[in-house]
Design a protein around this ligand. Sequence first.
Ligand code: ZN
Length: 138
Amino acid sequence: MADHPDKYNYSKALVPGPLTAELESKKTEKKRAQKVAKKTREKEQKEQRKRLEMEAEEKKRFASLSDREKRAQAAEKRLAEHQASTGGDLSNTRRCWQCGESLVGKVPFQYLDFSFCTPRCVQEHRKANVANRSRAGN
Ligand SMILES: [Zn+2]
């Protein structure tokens, strides 16, 4: 139609308008851009959905943990951060008052100002303290 404007009766043939190669390529270009944009949008929406699903799952999982498990998880995270910040230097980590076991990444058992790795260490320390005190009393 663009090349032969008078050759046919275009209005009678219901041809909508002249299509030049340029117009055509522009149309194709636009379609392609829209397709890419749509794909990008769909991908973003999919990722967003996935994030929300993961967040919901994490929420559920966290809520189902016991307090001790939650604390342990927080402690583990601190351990990872601690190791990342110190490059694994263990010289100034917190340690069990009784046996010297590192308390980093653990939920310490505490009484008074002391921290211990296990209830056993707590008991041993307590026993030793009681013994000390009774000796001092004598
Ligand atoms: Zn200990």
